[in-house]
Ligand binder design. Sequence first.
Ligand SMILES: Nc1ncnc2c1ncn2[C@@H]1O[C@H](COP(=O)(O)OP(=O)(O)O)[C@@H](O)[C@H]1O
Ligand SMILES: Cc1cn([C@H]2C[C@H](O)[C@@H](COP(=O)(O)OP(=O)(O)O)O2)c(=O)[nH]c1=O
Length: 214
Amino acid sequence: MIQPGRFITFEGGEGVGKSTNIQFCAEWLRSHGVEVLVTREPGGTPVAETIRNQLLKAHHSEPVDPMAELLLVFAARAQHINTLIKPALIAGKWVVCDRFTDSTVAYQGFGRGLPQAWIEELKLLVQRGLEPDCTFLLDAPLGIGMARARGRAISNGDVIDRFEQEQQEFFERVQQGFHWLAQHNRRMRRIDASQPLDNVQAQIAAVLQELTGL
Ligand SMILES: Nc1ncnc2c1ncn2[C@@H]1O[C@H](COP(=O)(O)OP(=O)(O)O)[C@@H](O)[C@H]1O
Ligand SMILES: Cc1cn([C@H]2C[C@H](O)[C@@H](COP(=O)(O)OP(=O)(O)O)O2)c(=O)[nH]c1=O
């Protein structure tokens, strides 16, 4: 019988280094003979990516209702889990995902102020017991993530999305949300992302070694 794969997520604020370290994580696993699927939320499948576009786009004529935002995030997640994540895990692949439900707790819960009970209810319905085996929380002071995200945006010519347009207080609440999650979940590994990249990646590799038993 095929051994089911493991589910690894990367979390943290904007610009802390999630994409950079996901690439490192996937390369590390592949170089140790593990089959890996890299994906992201919101998104990951064509249908879920259309929802992502609506979520990130600045709608100048109409504010997005927080409840609608929450339901869209979970609609994208249902599609992503059922068409991509679960089949990959069942086939024995390790899935490495850029953000997952911890981001919903941090952004829609702590950031927008929606009740955690609503998020928990939707999580039960949509995830049906699926939880990450390990979550890397890349944690850095807000200013550092913002400066890195700005540097990346300038070099890529990116437009600022609807979340990136939020005020400092919103990001402070999001950060508090991630800290709260790290205190309450043993699967979360908090890594100081303000360190040089080599140090961050050495810590990630140590956890991967533990997880793979290699
Ligand atoms: N530890 C680090 N030290 C310095 N720069 C970093 C570090 N980690 C990432 N970066 C740089 O910061 C920018 C944002 O990183 P990225 O991986 O795109 O973040 P995220 O996916 O979390 O938004 C990139 O230009 C990346 O090269
Ligand atoms: C997965 C998820 C993301 N988000 C937000 C956080 C990000 O601002 C945005 C996704 O953008 P992303 O490209 O992952 O952000 P980053 O700038 O860190 O690379 O969606 C939520 O609000 N709730 C969620 O459940």
